[in-house]
Design a protein around this ligand. Structure first.
Ligand SMILES: Cc1cc2nc3c(=O)[nH]c(=O)nc-3n(C[C@H](O)[C@H](O)[C@H](O)COP(=O)(O)O)c2cc1C
Length: 349
C-alpha cells in the first residue's frame, strides 16, 4: 500500500531539502573521522601516473570509476532537469548514480516520466533505484519491481533514516517489520538490494543483523556530511518540539570511518559502500583503502550541479584526479592493490 501524501506538500519538502542541504550549518563537518585516517606516503612508487587505473567492479558491474552520485531528491518541478544533468555527467565520467526516493511513483504513476527522461538523457548510465524503509514495509514487492523497471535500475537502494523520520514534521517513524521486509525483498527482487543510511552511519550490531539477508551491498552513509536531523529541524515551525529536539540531536550518528572500519573488519556476505561527508578524492582513497568498494558523494555533487554542467564535470574530474594522485603516492596502480597493500593507518595523536 503506497502512502498518499498531497503532491504540493511533497514538492515543497523536496525543495526545502535541496536548499537546506547547501547550508554549512546542516553539515556535520569534521565528524566523518576521515582526519583520523592517513595514507602512507610512498616516496619511490615503481610506476608512471598514467598506469594508475580506477576501473571498478561492484555488484558484478564494471564502471570506469568506483564513484557514486549518492541518491538525491527527485519528484518536484525542476528535479527532472537536474537529474538529467547528473545522469549525463555520470554516464560521461563512468560514475554510478543513485536516484532520489521513488516514493511518489508508488501513488502517482505519472512520476515515472521523470525516470524515462533520465534514461533518454543517459541510456548507458548505471542507475540505482531508491525507496525508504518506512515505505518498503507497506509496499508489495511487485510494486518495488515496477520502480526498478521504470528506471532500468541495476540495483535497488533501500534507505534507512530513523532520525530524519523523527525530526520531519510530516515524518513516518514506523520501522517495525523492517528487517523482515528487507530480507523478503532481497530474496525476491530481480536486482541486488543495497541498504543505505542517510548520514547517521550503521553500527557493528546492525551490520551483523544485515548479514544473511542476501543483500548486495551496504552503504554505511555515516556522520560527517549532510545531517538530516539538522535539516528537518530547520524545516519545523517555531514552537514545534522537533525544532528543539533537532538541536539536541545535531551531532547524532556514527562517523563514516567507524562504520566502514566495523563493516570491513567483520565476516560478511555483502559489499561495503561508503558515503557521508566524503568531500575529496583523497577522502575516497582512504575509504577505498580501508575496504570500501564504492564511494558516494551527495551534497558536493549537488552544489556543483547547481552551478552548471561545466562546474559539475570539473568537480567530478577533480575527485578522480585526487584519487589517482593518492594511489600514485602510495605506489599502487589499481583499486585491488590499494586494498591489498596496507597503505592506511590510524593517525597518531
Ligand atoms: C538534497 C538531498 C536529497 C537526498 N535525498 C535522498 C533520498 O531521497 N534517498 C536517500 O537514500 N538519500 C538521500 N539523500 C542522502 C544522501 O544520499 C547521503 O546519504 C547523505 O546526504 C550523506 O552524503 P553527503 O554528506 O555527501 O551529502 C539526500 C541528500 C541530499 C543532499
Amino acid at each position: 500500500m503506497a502512502s498518499h501524501e498531497p503532491i504540493p506538500q511533497f514538492e515543497s519538502r523536496k525543495r526545502d531539502h535541496i536548499e537546506l542541504s547547501l547550508s554549512a550549518a546542516n553539515q556535520a563537518e569534521g565528524q566523518s573521522g576521515l582526519n583520523r585516517v592517513e595514507l602512507i606516503h610512498e616516496a619511490l612508487p615503481e610506476l608512471d601516473f598514467d598506469q594508475v587505473q580506477i576501473t571498478s567492479h561492484a555488484l558484478k558491474v564494471k564502471t570506469k570509476t568506483p564513484f557514486l552520485i549518492s541518491s538525491m531528491t527527485a519528484g518536484h518541478g525542476e528535479s527532472g532537469t537536474l537529474n538529467s544533468l547528473l545522469a549525463k555527467a555520470a554516464e560521461a565520467q563512468g560514475w554510478r548514480m543513485g536516484v532520489g526516493s521513488q516514493r511518489r511513483e508508488l501513488s502517482d504513476r505519472k512520476a515515472a516520466q521523470e525516470w524515462k527522461q533520465i534514461r533518454k538523457a543517459a541510456p548507458q548510465v548505471v542507475l540505482l533505484g531508491n525507496l525508504g524503509l518506512a515505505q518498503l514495509i507497506r509496499t508489495k514487492i511487485e510494486d518495488v519491481e515496477r520502480l526498478v523497471d521504470s528506471l532500468e535500475a541495476s540495483a535497488m537502494i533501500i534507505h534507512l533514516n530513523a532520525l530524519q523520520e523523527c525530526m520531519q514534521p510530516e515524518g513516518t517513524p514506523n520501522f517495525k517489520g523492517g528487517a523482515k521486509a528487507l530480507e523478503a525483498l532481497a530474496k525476491k527482487l530481480s536486482v541486488p538490494v543495497v541498504v543505505k543510511e542517510t548520514g547517521c552511519g550503521i553500527s557493528k550490531g546492525t551490520l551483523k543483523r544485515l548479514r544473511g539477508m542476501g543483500l548486495g551491498a551496504v552503504d554505511v552513509s555515516g556522520l560527517g556530511g549532510t545531517h538530516w536531523g539538522r535539516i528537518e529541524g530547520g524545516r519545523s515551525r517555531p514552537g514545534d518540539l522537533r525544532k528543539s529536539a533537532s538541536r539536541t540531536f545535531a551531532d547524532w550518528g556514527i562517523a563514516t570511518v567507524d562504520s566502514v572500519a566495523a563493516a570491513c573488519e567483520m565476516n560478511r556476505d555483502f559489499e561495503v559502500w561508503a558515503s557521508g561527508g566524503v568531500r575529496t578524492g583523497l577522502d575516497a582513497a582512504k575509504l577505498l583503502a580501508m575496504g570500501a568498494k564504492t564511494v558516494g558523494f551527495a551534497q558536493p555533487i549537488l552544489q556543483a550541479a547547481l552551478k552548471g554542467e561545466e562546474a559539475l564535470q570539473q568537480c567530478m574530474a577533480l575527485i578522480e584526479y585526487e584519487l589517482k594522485t593518492a594511489m600514485f603516492c602510495t605506489g599502487v596502480e589499481s583499486l585491488k592493490r590499494l586494498q591489498q597493500k596496507k597503505v592506511w593507518q590510524w593517525r597518531k595523536i
